[in-house]
Ligand binder design. Structure first.
Ligand SMILES: Cc1ncc(COP(=O)(O)O)c(C=O)c1O
Length: 409
C-alpha cells in the first residue's frame, strides 16, 4: 500500500517500481575524467575504474582536445561566466558571431544561428518557419527532438498539418507528398524532414532521392545531421558531403540543416540551424527559444568554433574515424554479431529485450568496456540494442579489446 496521497506521487512510485521489476531501470554513470577514448567511471560503492568508452558521441576526439579546452578558458576569462541576457537584448557576444560564421563556412550555407542545443534549435525551426496551410512530412525514425517539435508546431501555429512516412521508404514519402499536394487544406509550404544519420540504426538518409522528390513537389528539405557532422563525407561536413550535395549543383541542395555541437563538434553542448540569411533573420525576429531564453554560454561557443576550425583544418581526423569504423564493423561481424554495413560511426547490435541489453551492457562494463544498452522507449519494443560508437580517438588495440569483450558475452 502506497504511503503517498497525491496522484502524481502514487503513479510515479508505480512507474519506477515497474521499471525496476522489469530490468529497465537506468542508473547514471558518473565520470571522474574528461570524455575520451578511455574514461574513469565512479561505481556506486565510491570506487572508480578506467574503462574504454564506446558509447560517447565524441566522434573526432575533440571533447578533450587541448586547443578546444583552451579556447573555452580564454573566452571565460575575456567574457565572464554568463550572457545574463537573451540574444536580442544584450546577450549576443563576439564568440556567438564567430561561431555562426564558422558553422556557415563549415556547412557551405550562407548563414547559421546557434541555440543551447539541437533540441532547442529544432523546436525553434518548425514553429517559426511554418504557417497555417503548411504540412510537415517526417521519417518515422527521426530523432525525438523532431517528433516533439512537430507535435508542438500546430499548437503554436494553428493549421499546420503533419504526417509520417515509413523509414527511408521513398514510395511512402511519394504517397504522402501526393496526398499533401491534393489536400485542399495544404495551401502553403510542404516540408520534408529527415535525420541525415539515424541515431539508433546508424543508417543514412538517401538525400539525392529526397531532393528529387522535394523538387517534384516544391517541398523544402530539412536535414538534422547531428550524427553526420564530423563523420560523413571526405572532410566530415556531413551526409550532404557524402552525397556530393555541398553547395548548389545539378541535384540541388539541402534547404536547411539542424545540427548539434554536443557530439563531434567539441562535444560540450549547443545546436544550430544553417541555411539562408533570411532564415537566420526570421529566427532572430520570431523564434521563441531565442527570444525568451538565454544564448549558448560564450565559453561553449568559443570551444565549439575552435573544434569546427580543427575539423576543417585536419581532415585526417575524419579519415582516422572512417578507418576505425571499417575495422570495428569487420571485426564485430567476424566475431559472429550481425552489423549493418554503413559508413556511420554508430554500430548497433540488436539483442531484442530491454532487460537483455541492460544485462549485456553491465557485463561489458565488468570487462572494462563501456557500451550502453538502449531499450524502450528510446527504441521500439523488442528491438533493444547495444549501441557501439566509434571515435577517431580509439586505437586498433582499443577496438580489439572491445571485440574480445563482445566475444565473452
Ligand atoms: C539526430 C539528433 N538530433 C538532435 C539531437 C539532440 O542534440 P542536442 O543534445 O544538441 O539537443 C540528437 C542527440 O541525441 C540527435 O541524435
Amino acid at each position: 500500500m502506497s504511503s503517498y496521497t497525491h496522484p502524481f506521487e502514487i503513479r510515479t512510485e508505480e512507474t519506477l517500481r515497474m521499471l525496476s521489476d522489469t530490468g529497465q531501470y537506468k542508473t547514471l554513470q558518473v565520470l571522474e575524467s574528461p570524455m575520451d577514448a578511455s574514461v574513469r567511471i565512479r561505481h556506486s560503492d565510491g570506487s572508480s575504474r578506467q574503462v574504454l568508452c564506446f558509447c560517447s558521441n565524441n566522434y573526432l576526439g575533440l571533447a578533450n582536445e587541448p586547443r578546444v579546452v583552451e579556447a573555452g578558458i580564454a573566452a571565460l576569462r575575456k567574457y565572464g561566466a554568463g550572457t545574463a541576457s537573451v540574444r536580442f537584448i544584450c546577450g549576443t557576444f563576439e564568440p556567438h558571431e564567430h561561431l555562426e560564421h564558422t558553422i556557415a563556412e563549415y556547412m557551405g550555407t550562407s548563414s547559421s544561428y546557434s541555440f543551447v542545443s539541437c533540441w532547442t534549435a529544432t523546436e525553434a525551426l518548425f514553429p517559426t518557419f511554418c504557417e497555417a496551410g503548411d504540412i510537415i512530412i517526417s521519417d518515422e525514425l527521426n530523432h525525438a527532438c523532431i517528433i516533439d517539435a512537430i507535435r508542438l508546431t500546430p499548437i503554436i501555429k494553428k493549421g499546420v498539418k503533419k504526417t509520417v512516412y515509413k523509414h527511408a521508404d521513398m514510395q511512402s514519402l511519394r504517397d504522402r507528398l501526393r496526398e499533401a499536394a491534393s489536400d485542399p487544406e495544404v495551401t502553403g509550404q510542404i516540408w520534408v524532414v529527415t535525420d541525415g544519420v539515424f541515431s539508433m540504426e546508424g543508417d543514412i538518409a538517401n538525400l539525392p532521392a529526397l531532393r528529387h522528390l522535394c523538387d517534384e513537389f516544391n517541398a523544402m528539405l530539412v536535414v538534422d545531421d547531428s550524427h553526420g557532422h564530423g563523420v560523413m563525407g571526405r572532410t566530415g561536413r556531413g551526409t550532404h558531403e557524402h552525397y556530393g550535395l555541398i553547395g548548389r549543383n545539378d541535384i540541388g541542395n539541402v534547404d536547411v540543416f539542424t545540427g548539434t555541437l554536443g557530439k563531434a563538434l567539441g562535444g560540450a553542448a549547443g545546436g544550430f540551424i544553417a541555411g539562408t540569411n533570411e532564415m537566420t533573420d526570421l529566427l532572430i525576429q520570431r523564434a521563441r527559444p531565442t527570444l525568451f531564453s538565454n544564448a549558448l554560454p560564450v565559453t561553449v561557443a568559443a570551444s565549439a568554433a575552435k573544434a569546427i576550425e580543427i575539423v576543417m583544418d585536419e581532415p585526417e581526423r575524419v579519415t582516422r574515424l572512417k578507418n576505425n569504423v571499417e575495422t570495428a564493423r569487420e571485426k564485430i561481424a567476424r566475431a559472429g554479431f550481425e552489423v549493418i554495413s554503413s559508413p556511420t560511426a554508430i554500430c548497433p547490435i540488436i539483442v531484442g529485450e530491454t532487460a537483455q541489453a541492460i544485462r549485456m551492457s553491465k557485463r561489458l562494463l565488468e570487462l572494462g568496456v563501456f557500451v550502453i544498452g538502449f531499450g524502450y522507449p528510446v527504441v521500439p519494443e523488442g528491438t533493444a540494442r547495444l549501441r557501439i560508437q566509434l571515435s577517431a580517438a580509439h586505437t586498433d588495440e582499443h577496438i580489439s579489446t572491445l571485440v574480445d569483450a563482445l566475444k565473452k558475452l
